[in-house]
Design a protein around this ligand. Structure first.
Ligand code: APR
Length: 237
């Protein structure tokens, strides 16, 4: 059996399949990932633009980076066939739960409903100092908080911040009870998410173009593009 046939066999036999995705899920939607050769962290220092301290220390750098990512999200990005297939698999009862590190909401826009956004989402803005909710437009126009004059930010997990406890424990529980964990498009370099696969008790498969530090722990490693593999697997189900 080729690797897509092996994955199709694992999917057919799974009773509680869970999916964990990263930025590699969205590159085929035109959104760069972070650590591959064309990744964002090759152009920007993550600890400058994506660290919580930057909001107070260098708001211009923080705002410039996230302003362009939010503007891009509002423009012409859309789910790719990989997102659509995972949504169809949820509707068919194949995928029971999806945890993502991604913040552009493409899984939900494709129709996935049972989604845990482990690193939050770019589509909600609030004041970093008083928590008052604000709007994408106010953030893009670099307006101060309407309540305290503080600095606005998207509701995502920055370096130096904790993950939302509710989504973390939901993902932890679902992965621990899965009999198949399918990991797609993540370098598994960022904790604590990269510890989640170690909680899986069943089979683990990964679709990722580059190797990860955990590949030797997985039952199936597929070094191909996510959407292509998912399309082939769907045709074999
Ligand atoms: N198909 C399969 N794999 C792909 C594809 C694709 N079309 N495109 C890219 N990849 C792989 C790359 O080889 C890379 O190993 O996806 C992986 C993406 O890894 P990262 O860029 O590190 O992204 P991710 O793992 O999601 O990063 C985790 O780090 O910077 C923080 O908060 C940010 O959520 C992000 C976290």
């Amino acid at each position: 059996m080729n690797k897509a046939e092996q994955l199709a066999s694992l999917v057919r036999n799974a009773k509680h399949m869970v999916v964990l995705t990263g930025a590699g899920m969205s590159t085929e939607s035109g959104i760069p990932d972070f650590r591959s050769s064309e990744g964002l962290w090759k152009k920007y220092d993550p600890f400058t633009v994506s660290h919580v301290d930057t909001i107070d220390n260098d708001y211009d750098a923080f705002h410039s980076f996230y302003g362009q990512r939010i503007a891009q999200q509002l423009q012409n990005i859309s789910p790719n066939e990989g997102h659509n297939i995972l949504a169809r698999w949820e509707a068919a009862g194949i995928v029971k739960f999806l945890a993502t590190q991604n913040v552009e909401n493409l899984h939900q826009r494709a129709g996935s409903k049972n989604v845990a956004q482990l690193h939050g989402g770019l589509d909600h803005i609030y004041c970093h100092h008083c928590g008052t909710p604000s709007t994408l437009e106010a953030f893009l126009e670099k307006k101060p908080c309407s309540s305290c004059g503080g600095r606005l930010r998207p509701n995502i997990v920055l370096f130096g911040e904790m993950l939302p406890q509710d989504v973390w424990s939901q993902a932890f529980t679902e992965i621990a009870r899965s009999d198949l964990l399918l990991i797609i498009g993540t370098s598994l370099r960022v904790s604590p998410v990269n510890q989640l696969p170690l909680e899986a008790r069943g089979k683990i498969a990964i679709i990722n173009m580059d190797e990860t530090p955990f590949d030797d722990k997985f039952d199936l490693v597929i070094r191909e593009k996510a959407a292509e593999v998912l399309r082939e697997v769907e045709s074999l189900l």
